[in-house]
Design a protein. Sequence first.
Length: 365
Amino acid sequence: MASPSVDIEKRRRLPTLFEVLSRYTLAPVDLYSFYIYMRDQQRSVDYLDFWLDVSQHMSLCRHYVRELRRSVLLSTPEGSKRSSAILDNLEYLGDIPDPGVGPSGHRRDGSSEKEADQRLSAFLRENAGHASSKEGSQEIPLEERPPAPSFTHSSHERGKSGSSGSPGHTVARTDIRRSAEKILYTYLIPGSEREIVLPDDMVTSIIEMVERDGRDDPEVFDSAKDYVFQAMERDAFPGFLQAKALGNLVPLSIVIRLAIALASFGGAFWASFFVVLTDKPRDIRCWVILPFAVAGYFIATYQYKIDPIMAYLGFSEYTFMNWIRIREPYVRALLNKRATATLGLAVLIAAGFSALFIFVPGTIL
């Protein structure tokens, strides 16, 4: 499969939500920018955090199986019947792929991995009963093991750093259990700290699987993850592309530009009527071009939600007066085209009003 950098150069379209969540895109349509948009404009960042935490849980499970497979291959004595059975199950799993599966179990290159994920979940369910004994004989002793991975980091930090969320040390089965409980008690339990709205039957089913059945495999959260993905794709992602791929301003900047445009229009019309009603010569009337140019520029940037000068310089605003360089090639080209159209509209507005008041016959009251 081609590397993400090659795909970015060849891509001649706007990215999909899955590409953004998988960090296959660059600013201003990257995961960090999407997090800021969900937090500041959609006010629903908990849904994004939930999706990323479930993805991190899947990564943790895969890491655990890789470590267990390596431990069985290197440390299991010959002739152990139970260990041989575990090894057979691990061999059946094959090479556990890196995270990269979409909400329907398909990779971005089109190959299905739903079956591999189902085998992984089935293996974790079958081995849940004797996980503690495996860890006691095959894992690093608890007192010597590094601290368990933290599941409290926000996706804001994960998105900005570009980390995959995969732990960098040995994973115990208790880490997986804590991860599943963290997701349940943070997002799904009614009245929880960051409760997200899901169908009642879906939430009830997940609670029963985790608390009553003791499950912590990734399939527990599959239905909720798909539901959240589809909700973001339907309700939030189109607005994100509209704001970041077709414009480079945040709402507060847009409103401020409207205020500046209206004030400039007021000053321009006052000056224009003054020079006309006092019958000033045309060389003096030409000065009205300046306030009309300012007014035209800011009213055009308000209308198209893009600052042409900053777009030409290659910058996009992600929070008020904080700019990030545009690195996505297709978005950069698209914004340059819209900047040209915006600048043309500003020139047309300024030229039209200026010509009207420069060439109209003057009079003295």
